[in-house]
Design a protein around this ligand. Structure first.
Ligand code: 9L3
Ligand code: MG
Length: 138
């Protein structure tokens, strides 16, 4: 009734992965856009229409890091992004592969204190307290 285009996702989600192994969190260094290049983020990206957040995040992590993963529980707050998008973080387990910077300039594993000191992208700072708590509990 409103035309042929069907919106499968009312709100477009960007999903990001908190991958923690042995008390360290995986960070990836962005190459773009210019204002974020060089800063560190939880890897991930936009969920495509028709994908569940878990499916989309698994796809992004395969593309960005070359790994197979299982997407678990959400962690931290919803972070509003421009154009009605929302950024969400998920706890993610590695199943296969070694994370490799295929679309980032580098990856690194950080402890809690290293995370607190890292040059994180501003959006991901919203999750700092929860991430530190998970790292302490490891
Ligand atoms: N973003 C912020 N923090 C993150 C991720 C994965 C993404 N941990 C923001 C950056 C972009 C948008 O979400 O503005 C889409 O992400 P991408 O497709 O550039 O990775
Ligand atoms: Mg991405």
């Amino acid at each position: 009734m409103h035309g042929a285009r069907v919106e499968t996702n009312a709100v477009r989600e960007v999903a990001a992965a908190a991958i923690i192994v042995g008390g360290r969190l995986l960070l990836a260094q962005r190459v773009a856009p210019p204002e974020l290049a060089g800063m560190w983020e939880l890897p991930g990206g936009k969920i495509e229409p028709g994908e569940s957040p878990a499916q989309g995040l698994r796809r992004e992590l395969r593309e960005e890091l070359g790994v197979d993963t299982v997407v678990g529980d959400r962690i931290g707050v919803d972070v509003p992004l421009p154009k009605g998008m929302v950024l969400r973080a998920y706890l993610v387990s590695l199943c296969d592969g070694t994370p490799t910077a295929l679309e980032h300039s580098a990856v690194r594993w950080v402890t809690g204190p290293e995370l607190a000191a890292a040059d994180l992208v501003p959006n991901d700072r919203a999750w700092l307290a929860e991430l530190m708590a998970v790292l302490r509990a490891e």
